[in-house]
Design a protein around this ligand. Structure first.
Ligand code: NAD
Length: 249
């Protein structure tokens, strides 16, 4: 049987890397995408050491030419794309909306929203030719409710949840499915770029806007990513909420 082909963006560190290393032991061909070349190559080597055929493609997900390139590399190397993880993402400093610069707005919208759009735009034609496929979007607890001082990040994750629902609604006859996975507090380094503005006021507001929840490791959330990927038909258009006990009203 032909091995299934998986493309993962943001595969250098955190959740993307954890998902890649789990899939490496499960007989998938892997295309690992990131703009962090050094760590991306490390994920590739570690996946290969676990027995997978794995390729690293350096790309900035917000650059359409680079998106076309990683899609073309996947097809050229492995023939098609069966599963696509739209996982790369960033945070920007915690601020009130009127304090963000337009540059900060553009950067996070480009990476967290335009990046997944460009991936969807260029991967879906491959999936249509392939007779179907499943897209897994890494959304967030911020897709349901913004935490304080996190308005633009939250907007990107609400919008990515909307893409998930649109695909669920619009591609049923084409057997193309989309599932969101929403981590809550996940132990990675993504928040480092946000905490530069963390002071007592911001910290207290974030604490007040966040219900009590159990933190998860990237390794734990990766199990939900794989469940989403394996159950696209059932779950399409929906979001797996890894809430860790937090209630969203
Ligand atoms: N950690 C959390 O608490 C949490 C909670 C909810 C959602 N998320 C989401 O999980 C996803 C993975 O994040 P993580 O927590 O594993 O953090 P991470 O920083 O370890 O991983 C993100 C990866 O994306 C890559 N990346 C960023 N911008 C890129 C670009 N323009 N082009 C290519 N690659 C790019 C980074 O280099 C990194 O390897 C993100 O979409 C994030 O928003 C994280």
């Amino acid at each position: 049987m032909m091995k299934k082909v998986v493309v993962i963006t943001g595969a250098a560190t955190g959740l993307g890397r954890a998902t890649a290393l789990k899939l490496a032991t499960q007989g998938f061909n892997l295309v690992l995408v990131d703009f962090n070349e050094q760590q991306g190559l490390q994920t590739m080597k570690d996946a290969q050491a676990l027995g997978a055929e794995a390729l690293f493609v350096k790309a900035d997900v917000s650059n359409e030419e680079e998106v076309k390139h990683y899609v073309a590399q996947a097809v050229e190397t492995f023939g098609t794309i069966d599963f696509f993880f739209n996982n790369a993402g960033i945070m920007v400093p915690f601020r009130l909306l009127h304090d963000y610069t337009t540059e900060e707005y553009n950067r996070i919208m480009d990476i967290n929203l335009k990046g997944p759009f460009l991936g969807i735009k260029h991967v879906i034609p491959v999936m249509l030719a392939n007779g179907g496929g499943t897209i897994i979007n890494t959304v967030s607890s911020n897709s349901f409710k913004p935490t304080a001082y996190n308005g633009i990040y939250s907007a990107t994750k609400h919008a990515l949840a909307a893409f998930t629902k649109s695909i669920g609604q619009d591609y049923q006859e084409q057997q193309i499915y989309a599932v969101g996975v929403a981590p809550n507090t996940m132990q990675t380094t993504i928040a480092q770029s946000a905490t530069v503005t963390l002071d007592a006021t911001v910290g207290a507001a974030i604490h007040a806007s966040t219900g009590k929840n159990i933190a998860a490791t990237a390794d734990e959330v990766a199990e939900s990513m794989i469940f989403a990927m394996e159950n696209g038909k059932l779950l399409t258009g929906s979001i797996i909420n890894c809430a860790g006990g937090e209630i969203y009203n």
